[in-house]
Design a protein around this ligand. Structure first.
Ligand code: MRU
Length: 368
């Protein structure tokens, strides 16, 4: 994606050829800063502290974290311990576990002396594959947007609501939920995006709004509670969200608040889609109730950061001293509220049958 005149991915190798460069997403939208990761510990901390976030990008960072680990010690012991360290950073997005298992399986086959090169090459492949998958998701999703636009003949614009950030910042490039929006916009469809602010960390207000603005896509930030009202007044023509883990039965786990949008969409007859690469599907899980849901520091809820009129970034407290706060980071939208899943292989029903229609080779793994 372009920032100014420069084409960026969210993760790349530094000029020295080994350090891993990422965008510090905690400083957006006010500052576009990059950080170089030199050790597996730094990669793990970048994931834990959400310097990088978003399911596919967490997986890509973990893959490069393994490459950094192999650089210092390519023994079996370090392979195991580094994977464990990275795995423990965030529990919900399955791309993390998927990428680590892919790296482990790949590196186990190599003698220790070849593991560093093999790890860098494999991490690069994971990134390239993610880009290809997201681009394909964009094309399939844009088809839905175009059909909706043609069918509805809206007078002015097609309003898409999204939650959190499932754009290029959450992936390596393009994004999942935002990829169809970029493709439709680039294809001449007048899309406008309602951007849920996405409390408590405001990934919508800070990251999605930043991305859409950089691409020139018209958008409006709304409080998380506004979507239902807009749907009741025919101001939302479709919802597209990302996913951190989708079960084999089509339940969709995504940033907390997604479920309430799905309920409102269902009540108002608004199509509700989740866009996800197959690396986000957990074939071993049937019900979304089995998914481990991350609980984060309550301080993310009790405090808020922003730019002052003088230009400095400050954090302020917004609840009374002593009030307890509960910071649940994800929720599960049952498959029955999901109109369809947009994957790199096409669009399917949110069900085991639907998913296996696109991924028949997974039939043995996919839990009944
Ligand atoms: O906590 P985050 O910012 O990592 O959560 C991100 C989301 O919930 C995204 O919607 C999700 O990763 C979709 S994948 C592009």
């Amino acid at each position: 994606m372009k920032i100014g005149t420069h084409l960026y991915r969210t993760i790349w190798l530094a000029d020295d050829g080994w350090r891993v460069q990422v965008i510090d997403q905690t400083r957006l939208p006010f500052e576009f800063a990059t950080v170089a990761l030199s050790t597996v510990q730094e990669a793990a901390e970048a994931i834990r502290a959400m310097t990088v976030r978003g399911a596919p990008l967490i997986g890509a960072t973990a893959a490069y974290g393994m490459a950094l680990a192999m650089r210092t010690d390519s023994s079996d012991k370090n392979l195991h311990e580094s994977a464990l360290l990275l795995r423990q950073t965030r529990p919900t997005a399955v791309n993390l576990a998927w990428a680590l298992e892919d790296m482990r399986a790949h590196l186990h086959k190599c003698p220790p002396s070849e593991r560093t090169d093999a790890a860098y090459a494999r991490a690069a492949t994971i990134c390239d594959n993610d880009i290809a998958q997201c681009r394909a998701i964009g094309e399939h999703g844009a088809g839905i947007i175009k059909r909706l636009w043609d069918e509805t003949k809206r007078p002015k614009q097609l309003n898409v609501l999204t939650h959190c950030n499932a754009g290029w910042l959450a992936c390596v490039d393009w994004g999942t939920a935002l990829a169809p929006i970029y493709a439709a916009y680039d294809g001449g469809i007048p899309v406008h995006v309602w951007v849920d602010e996405t409390r408590p960390r405001n990934q919508g207000a800070s990251l999605t709004a930043f991305e859409l603005g950089a691409h020139g896509v018209p958008h409006t930030v709304i409080a998380d509670n506004t979507g239902g009202h807009l749907m009741q007044h025919d101001q939302v023509h479709m919802v597209i969200v990302g996913s951190d883990r989708t079960t084999a039965h089509g339940d969709v786990c995504n940033k907390v608040g997604t479920y309430l949008k799905a309920l409102a969409a269902h009540d108002n007859g608004v199509p509700f889609y989740a866009a996800l690469p197959s690396t986000t599907i957990d074939w071993t899980m049937g019900s979304g109730s089995e998914i481990p849901i991350e609980e984060r520091d309550p301080r993310e809820l009790t405090h808020i950061a922003g730019r002052t009129a003088a230009g400095s970034i400050e954090t302020v407290q917004i609840v009374p001293d002593g009030s307890a706060a509960l910071n649940i980071a994800f929720d599960v939208t049952p498959a029955r509220y999901v109109t369809g899943l947009i994957t790199e292989r096409g669009v399917c029903k949110a069900s085991r049958v639907g998913l296996l229609g696109l991924y028949p080779e997974r039939a043995k793994e996919a839990v009944e």
